[in-house]
Design a protein around this ligand. Structure first.
Ligand code: ATP
Ligand SMILES: Cc1cn([C@H]2C[C@H](O)[C@@H](COP(=O)(O)O)O2)c(=O)[nH]c1=O
Length: 669
């Protein structure tokens, strides 16, 4: 991307501005704290005021400014905005009053409302369409990646300012935040110079009007609120965001209560972002065997516990380390949330889901930060004495504690809401993942055979492919049991007749789920488990996922209930591999001949929900699934499936010894 010279120039300007923006937050909140030092309540309110002044213009005036920005030449808009920001920020250390901090903050944020849409609208002018996603990723990288750099810079500048104040008498009255604010102003000036020389920006083309934040939230919820998984993801991500917001909001007064100055504030602020980066890059590698959905809920719960620990520990060094851990948990939750939304939300809805998330994240942050400091001010500073022991508990401690408890609650909610391994112990699952293994429930692990399930919608090609796989495996000399659901046992055949009889109109959704589970219980006990115990490879056409997709998503039963009933029916037996043949229902349904059975006759929306759920199940545990495109020709599908199955096949007995062994059991290590 950066080989593209005009984009590189704009990106450099954005990076410099991002660095300036983060320095701005740190320096202004620190300056507000320094100017109101002495009274805990006034100081908390003063810092809270800065956060509110920073966020309110975007919430109130965002769409208005976006519409205005459409009318002007974008390059001129950005250069003028940068020069204005330079002048206003430079004036803050010169004036040095709290009132001016608030006025200047509002002015800078109002100017930002022109700069940001002009920049957003310029990116597509400078990069080809197919590279737009990479360009946006790079933008995101500098937006958040510059935060720890700014925090480090702020800490260094604060220490340097303290030294200068002591060494140079002329500077003794200077606030330690002044160098950071001057550097912040210079960053905007550099950006103005870079953009001024960027001649490739067209004056303007078309509208870039932004709907109001409230409108985006209401519209977005209409789209995403109906999807249980997305709902869980968004609640969890906002919980993680709120936990981070609580730390950022009260960090200045909290650090001061621990005896730290501006440099320590910068370090704690930066620790959140360093932790986030570590979590995003290493967290998933460390626990790669754990189900993504479980990891998501666990990361938020742990973030809450860490936040609660931060609230009660009174040691700055430990607080910094805990803050890195908190950031790591939040980073893991964000990256999983973003990835799962990317994988599981349909193309048409994905953009809205992300924009809904971003708008709600902004509002959540505003509410958390706006509430955090006044709440801290309300509680005030308290010292408790018990004999020789004294313990200080301030409003900031309470805010962090409340944030921690809320994050734990949200994490547990997300775990319950989205768990895709019901019936499998969480602690055993986690311990196995720490060892780098995937925990298999005992019943499946003890058996020497191999269990492969085929899943997919109507006419997706499961029967065809499961047969072809069984033939291929038998050719290799394995003992293969090819079976299907429903209807592979005596009782199952009767159940199948009831379940698929189109005349059976009045069957309730719950009875349907129980009948499928009953067929499955019989199937596992009479066919699958005995075959696995003797070391055979079992290939089944449909298994538990079909109930999660058809009865859970299709009939809209509580997926937790469907999962529990099936975990009980199967004794927790999970396939080693599930092959999902992903075929759009409008194609699959037209492949079927004859009269439609009771389930095939359901409307298209039902089958679309089923497909979506199958894809979501596969995305949540990528190691245990292979997803193939069912619209490909049959032979290509077979080859792709064979390639994946080959990876988990136990070594077959050599061909030479075939005569001596007869049917070969597929003994797993
Ligand atoms: N890859 C493919 N491309 C085109 N047609 C296919 C493909 N695979 C299978 N078919 C055809 O589609 C029809 C349904 O295939 P199959 O019975 O294997 O699907 P299924 O998923 O088992 O269906 P059901 O949901 O009814 O169990 C058959 O006529 C089959 O020949
Ligand atoms: C196992 C299982 C199946 N179904 C549905 C899905 C299909 O419409 C039929 C089975 O027919 P097939 O031609 O054998 O694929 O039953 C379900 O709704 N729930 C289940 O658990």
């Amino acid at each position: 991307m950066l080989a593209n010279a005009p984009f590189r120039r704009l990106w450099t300007a954005m990076s410099v501005c991002s660095l300036g923006d983060w320095l701005n937050i740190l320096a202004l909140t620190a300056l507000a704290g320094n100017l109101t030092k002495g009274d805990y309540r006034t100081q908390s309110l003063a810092i809270g005021g800065v956060f509110i002044a920073k966020m309110l213009p975007a919430v109130l005036l965002g769409p208005l400014a976006g519409a205005f920005a459409d009318r002007f030449d974008r390059r001129v808009t950005m250069v003028a905005a940068d020069l204005s920001r330079f002048a206003v920020v430079l004036s803050i250390p010169l004036v040095g009053s709290y009132q001016w901090i608030i006025i200047a903050t509002v002015l800078v944020e109002c100017v930002n409302l022109f700069w940001v849409p002009a920049k957003d609208a310029t990116v597509p002018n400078l990069v080809p369409k197919d590279q737009l996603e990479s360009a946006n990723q790079l933008n995101l990288l500098v937006t958040y990646g510059s935060a720890p750099i700014a925090a480090l810079l702020f800490a260094v500048l604060s220490v340097a300012a303290d030294l200068m104040r002591n060494l140079v008498p002329f500077l003794s009255g200077m606030d330690p935040t002044a160098p950071a604010l001057i550097l912040n102003a210079v960053a905007y000036l550099v950006s103005a110079a870079l953009i001024f020389t960027l001649r490739d920006i067209p004056r303007r083309d078309g509208a870039i009007s932004t709907p109001s934040v409230l409108r985006q939230i209401v519209d977005g919820w209409r789209f995403v609120g109906g999807n249980r998984l997305v709902r869980g993801l968004i609640i969890g991500m906002l919980g993680a965001f709120a936990a981070g917001g609580a730390v950022v909001g009260v960090a200045k007064i909290y650090v001061e209560a621990l005896g730290g100055g501006d440099a320590a504030y910068g370090v704690v602020f930066g620790a959140v972002f360093v932790g986030m980066a570590l979590g995003m890059f290493f967290g998933l590698r460390f626990l790669r065997e754990l189900s993504r959905r479980r990891l998501f809920g666990l990361a938020i719960t742990l973030a809450g516990l860490v936040l609660a620990a931060i609230a009660v520990v009174h040691n700055l060094a430990i607080v910094v380390m805990l803050t890195v851990l908190l950031g790591a948990c939040a980073g893991i939750a964000w990256i999983i949330g973003y990835t799962l939304i990317g994988l599981e939300v349909e193309d048409a809805m994905r953009g809205r889901t992300f924009s809904f998330l971003q708008s709600t994240a902004r509002v959540t942050l505003l509410l958390v930060v706006a509430a955090a400091n006044p709440l801290a001010a309300l509680v005030g500073a308290h010292v408790f004495t018990l004999g020789d022991l004294t313990y200080q508990f301030d409003g900031s401690n309470l805010v962090l504690l409340v944030g921690g408890v809320l994050a734990v609650a949200v994490g547990i909610l997300a775990l319950r809401h989205m768990d895709d391994r019901k019936g499998v112990s969480l602690s055993e699952d986690l311990l196995a993942a720490v060892r780098g293994e995937r925990f298999q429930p005992e019943s499946a692990e003890r058996m020497p055979g191999l269990f492969v399930a085929f899943e997919g919608g109507e006419g997706s090609g499961k029967t065809t492919q499961s047969r072809l796989l069984a033939i291929w495996l038998r050719d290799q000399g394995y003992d293969v049991v090819q079976t299907r659901e429903p209807g592979s046992t005596k009782v199952g055949m009767r159940l199948r007749a009831i379940l698929l009889d189109a005349a059976e109109k009045g069957l309730s959704a719950r009875s349907e789920a129980l009948l499928y589970a009953a067929d499955r219980a019989e199937h596992v006990e009479k066919v699958i488990r005995p075959a696995l115990q003797r070391g055979a490879i079992v290939v089944t056409d449909r298994y538990v996922d079909s109930s999660l997709a058809y009865q859970g998503a299709g009939r809209e039963l509580d997926p937790e209930d469907v999962s529990k009933v099936n975990a009980w029916a199967t004794g927790g037996l999970v396939p080693h591999l599930t092959v999902l043949i992903d075929t759009p229902p409008e194609i699959g349904l037209t492949r079927l001949g004859g009269a439609a059975d009771r389930i095939e006759a359901e409307p298209l929306a039902f089958h679309e929900r089923v497909r979506k759920e199958f894809r979501a199940l596969a995305a949540a545990a990528p190691d245990r699934y292979v997803v193939v495109d069912g619209t490909l020709p049959s032979d290509q599908l077979s080859r792709a499936i064979q390639d994946r199955v080959r990876e988990i096949l136990p070594d077959p007995v050599p061909y030479e010894s075939e005569d001596a062994t007869g049917t070969m059991p597929a003994i797993r290590d």
